[in-house]
Design a protein around this ligand. Structure first.
Ligand code: DX5
Ligand code: ZN
Length: 219
């Protein structure tokens, strides 16, 4: 069974409270919050006050995807805002001690995770798998919702799955970007544990029903 983590990035922020209440009632396992700084990615999205507001209403596990430079500066603020999992980008930490940041995240009580972009060789992060609870293999270039799924993701996930299994690790694999019923079954088959789904849910006529259908597909 794979978990479904709706990304609210493409939802209507004017009615965010109602969206979070809908997600509470839904089959969604987590809520995925996309934090963008206009520097690591060419877009600015939500920040700490929004995570705090979501936390006040949400009964789901909050998965925060930090697409920001210098993530170590914001670990405690996001944890205090209510993040259950804090995911930092490998590419934002090339000149940093990333394992120290994973420990910093764990010390706050949050779960550490690492994300990699589609053009970073997946083998680059194999050595980090034992230090995090989850690896996010991006299936679009981060920055915007509604992009087309990149097909090479299947092979990248399969290679990572093989490494994790061969080394008897428990690291979860997440995929984010362009996920829909068209690719969800195959993603589950190659070993994805958590699927982030944004626009497919929030552009549908009945998001609650769409989540239910997606969940049935990967159960
Ligand atoms: C992209 C974000 C994703 C995105 C997913 O930078 O990290 O979480 O919102 O949305 P869809 O499913 O529309 O690709
Ligand atoms: Zn994301």
């Amino acid at each position: 069974m794979s978990l479904i983590a709706p990304s609210i990035l493409n939802s209507d922020f004017l009615t965010l409270g109602r969206t979070i209440e809908m997600l509470n009632e839904s089959e969604a396992d987590w809520v995925h919050l996309d934090v963008m700084d206009g520097s690591f990615v060419p877009n600015i999205s939500i920040g700490i006050p929004i995570v705090e507001a979501v936390k006040r209403v949400s009964r789901k596990f909050l998965d925060t995807h930090l697409m920001i430079v210098n993530p170590e500066k914001y670990v405690e603020p996001f944890r205090n805002a209510g993040a259950d999992l804090i995911n930092i980008h490998y590419e934002a930490c090339r000149d940093k001690d990333i394992k120290a940041i994973f420990k910093q995240i764990r010390d706050t009580g949050a779960i550490p995770a690492v994300a990699i972009n589609p053009d970073t060789p997946v083998e680059d992060i194999f050595d980090l798998a034992e230090y995090v609870d989850m690896i996010l293999v991006m299936s679009v270039f981060p920055g915007f919702g509604g992009q087309k799924f990149i097909e090479t993701t299947y092979d990248r996930v399969a290679a990572l799955r093989k490494f994790i299994d061969e080394n008897s690790l428990k690291t979860m694999i997440q995929v984010d970007g362009g996920v829909s019923p068209e690719n969800a079954v195959k993603l589950k088959a190659v070993g994805v544990d958590v699927m982030v789904v944004g626009s497919f849910i929030f552009r549908s006529a009945e998001p609650l029903k769409t989540i239910y259908e997606l969940k049935s597909l990967v159960s």
